[in-house]
Structures are given as structure tokens and as C-alpha cells.
Write a protein of this length. Structure first.
Length: 446
């Protein structure tokens, strides 16, 4: 039947769609999944009204059953995006920093809800596609597992506002439970959340689905727990288990209690995921865990290809401290190396970045290693407007008042004297990440 090629098969499938659903069921049950998938994409163009209602559903379930232990199940799910959009989709979206935790938790939770409750879920990566290249550890992880990131949906490829206005979709939040200022217009779509940050107690009137907000080192821990619930009907492919495990290890610094990020639930989730990834052999588990963490750390801190602007955009979040818009960029370089990327234009790049993001001040949180010692620095940069001057003084004062940070002013020679108007500190307490710092600063401006 398939030996004549996809063109002939397409015509025959078209005829079958006109004849009966039983024929289509037979085709899906006995066909070649890869070829069927190609035909599905073409049928969506030729006969979308007939193909979409049942062929995609049959196809995806058949493929997921046939390859539930491999990455193919995940790729097949992602390829069904266009068909899911024709129903009432549930978008699963991480926060705007789009770090590994946000990306993997969105993909994994969307996959879980599709399998478990047959929702038409679409994971959304909350950055434009062209910024994905900055996520070196995610690129390596996805490619090493054979997951096709070409099938992912990025925020610039979907008009969520249109779905919101038409009330034609729902939005499920992972790795955050408060929409960023630029996405507050989507609030009426929010139907649930899985997050490990401080509970903002928002969207309670619209949350009709799961709402799990618990402290943990990683949002992926909470997603993994959902897979391991006794009532869960979803199958966890080994490739997806490895993605979840990798993220938990990165977020908790390999489950190191000394870093003050890991919780007991992270440890339990990681142990269960290791069982899926490496089996019951403890030696194999230790080797798999060490290799995974070491490689991801190497990739995560590889910044050689990034410009100053790329470094600022890579892991950026917008905030409002009282009435003041401010941005916090997490950068995987020390300030000296960051400035050295473009010392002549460092000031203008920072000023343009503030203007583009409409912020009065920029906080750069530098995180890096010297040999195997983890270090942090904080840089506060003033935007060019008159209003920014008074805000800058308040912001610097608020930072310096946080004794727990253990800040020490750094030598101004780390950048040229005319490079930028700002302050730079070494941060003695390296346990203070952006997640811990931002709530403290918000309180200072209330």
C-alpha cells in the first residue's frame, strides 16, 4: 500500500476520509507512523475540516502507544500542535526568562495533561525563537536526546492575545504563578499553575485545573511528582524523565544541601527519575547522574558566543518595585569579562537595553566559577532619564541595606571610568539568587 509513495497514499487517504472513519482507523492501526504523520500534515492543507476532528487524535494516540518509552513519543506529541490549535487548546507556558526549568516543565506538563486527560495542550517557550540559541544547555540536552526543537512553539509564533479575546483557549502557568507585566492582559485565560516560587494568590477565580505551588528547588520536581501520582494515567518516556532529572540537578546544584536550594522533595523526585533513566543499579545511577550534571554545567556556563546584549537578554526578568519599572538580568560571567566583550560600547549597549525594555534601572546578577568555587557579583546600572537618577539612589540604598547579601563594593577599575553610571559589588552570600532577591527589593518600595 505504501510502496507507491506518499503522494499516492495521500490520495488514497483522501478517499478514505470521504468514505468512513473505520477505514481511517484501519489506516492508523496498520500504517507506518512516520509516513502517516507526513500525510497528516498534508491532509490538514487539503481537507482540514475532515482530517482534524479525528485523524490527528487517532494518529497521536497510536504513535504515543507505540513509542511510549522513547523520545519519539514526545516528538509525535509536539508535531500535533497545529491540530491541537484547531480545538480549544490549553497553552502551557513557563516564565519569561525561559531557563531550562521553564522550558522542560512546560513541555513535560503539557505532555502529561495530553496523555492523562486528553487535553489539547501546546507547550509555549516564553521567548522569541531567535533567542533559543542563547540557551546552550537546553540546546545540548534536547539534541542529545533526539528531541526536535523545530517542533517547539515560541512566544513570537503564537498570538495568545487573539485566543484570549476570542475566549478560545486556556493558559496554564509553570515555573511562575504571576504573569509578567507584558503579559498581564492574558490573566483571564489562566486556568492553573505548577510553581515553586512564592504564591502570589492570583487568578483564583479562573483556576479550574491543577494549582500546585510549593517551595522546591525546581518546578520540574513538582511536574515529576504529578507523573508519579498513583492516579496518573500518563506514561513517562525515559527521554522526558532524563530532561526532568537534568533540570532538577541543574537547579539544585546536583542536590547539594550546602547551596541551600535543594528540598527533600527534590531528592525524592530525582531518585525516582534516576530509576526510570538508569534502572535499579546504583552504580549506573551514580554514573548517569554525574555525567549529566557535569556536562550540563559545562554547557550552561559556556558564554563564548554571546555578545553583551545577548548576555543581558539570555536570562532577563522585568519587575515593578512600587511604581518603578526595573529589570534583573542573570549573567553567567563576572563583570570584568562581560565588559571585556565590548568595552568601547558597553555603556551604550546597557543604555539601549534599558530604553528597549522601558526600565529605569538594570540589575545585573553575575554568577560564575573560579575553578570549582561558585561566586556572585551584583551590578546596578542607571538608565539615562532624569527620573532614573533618583530611583538609582533608592535602589542602591535598598541593596546595601540587605545585610544578608554580604555585599562589598568592588574596584571601579573593573570597567573603564566612562563606561557606565553604576555600582558593582561582590556578593558574599552566594545562596541569594534573583528569586530570593527580588521579593526583598519589592518590599523596600512598597
Amino acid at each position: 500500500f505504501f510502496s507507491d509513495g506518499p503522494d499516492v497514499s495521500l490520495l488514497l487517504c483522501g478517499g478514505m476520509l470521504d468514505r468512513s472513519r473505520q477505514d481511517v482507523q484501519y489506516l492508523v492501526d496498520h500504517g507506518v507512523p512516520a509516513l502517516i504523520n507526513e500525510m497528516l500534515l498534508r491532509l490538514l492543507e487539503v481537507k482540514p475540516r475532515q482530517a482534524v476532528p479525528f485523524l490527528c487524535d487517532l494518529l497521536s494516540k497510536q504513535q504515543l502507544r507505540a513509542s511510549s518509552t522513547s523520545v519519539q513519543a514526545l516528538n509525535d506529541f509536539l508535531r500535533c500542535k497545529e491540530a491541537h490549535l484547531r480545538h480549544k487548546p490549553v497553552f502551557v507556558m513557563g516564565n519569561e526568562s525561559a531557563d531550562l526549568d521553564s522550558m522542560v516543565s512546560a513541555i513535560a506538563y503539557a505532555f502529561l495533561e495530553y496523555q492523562d486527560h486528553h487535553l489539547h495542550t501546546v507547550p509555549v517557550i516564553n521567548i522569541p525563537r531567535h533567542e533559543f540559541v542563547f540557551r546552550a544547555e537546553a540546546l545540548w540536552l534536547f539534541e542529545s536526546l533526539g528531541m526536535s526543537h523545530d517542533c517547539l512553539t515560541f512566544i513570537d509564533e503564537i498570538d495568545l492575545a487573539r485566543f484570549c479575546n476570542d475566549r478560545a483557549a486556556e493558559l496554564f502557568l509553570v515555573d511562575h504563578n504571576k504573569l509578567c507585566p507584558r503579559q498581564e492582559h492574558l490573566a483571564s485565560m489562566v486556568c492553573g499553575a505548577v510553581d515553586h516560587h512564592v504564591d502570589e494568590h492570583l487568578y483564583t477565580n479562573t483556576c479550574t485545573r491543577r494549582r500546585v505551588i510549593h517551595p522546591s528547588g525546581s518546578a520540574c520536581t513538582l511536574v515529576a511528582e504529578a507523573f508519579f501520582e498513583p492516579s496518573c494515567g500518563a506514561t513517562l518516556p525515559a527521554a522526558l524523565a532524563k530532561m526532568l532529572l537534568a533540570t532538577i540537578l541543574v537547579d539544585t546544584m546536583d542536590l547539594d544541601p550546602a547551596k541551600l536550594k535543594v528540598t527533600p522533595r527534590d531528592v525524592v523526585a530525582a531518585e525516582k527519575l534516576l530509576g526510570v533513566v538508569a534502572g535499579d543499579d546504583t552504580t549506573a545511577q551514580r554514573a548517569a547522574r554525574a555525567a549529566l550534571f557535569d556536562t550540563l554545567q559545562k554547557e550552561k556556563y559556556n558564554t563564548a558566543r554571546l555578545s553583551v546584549q545577548d548576555s543581558l537578554r539570555k536570562d532577563y526578568k522585568a519587575y515593578k518595585f512600587g511604581p518603578y519599572p526595573v529589570g534583573i538580568a542573570s549573567v553567567l560571567d563576572n563583570i570584568h569579562d562581560l565588559v571585556a566583550k565590548d568595552p568601547a560600547n558597553f555603556s551604550s549597549v546597557c543604555d539601549s537595553f534599558c530604553t528597549q525594555n522601558q526600565i529605569l534601572g538594570l540589575i545585573i546578577m553575575c554568577a560564575y566559577f573560579v575553578e570549582r568555587e561558585f561566586r556572585r557579583e551584583i551590578v546596578v546600572i542607571q538608565a539615562g532619564s532624569d527620573e532614573a537618577g533618583s530611583f538609582y539612589q533608592k535602589l542602591v540604598g535598598s541593596l546595601e541595606a540587605q545585610a544578608d547579601l554580604d555585599l562589598k563594593p568592588m574596584n571601579r577599575k573593573v570597567w573603564p571610568a566612562t563606561a557606565v553610571n553604576g555600582s558593582c559589588y561582590s556578593q558574599g552570600n552566594t545562596a541569594f539568587s534573583r528569586k530570593k532577591l527580588s521579593p526583598l527589593l519589592e518590599k523596600c518600595f512598597q
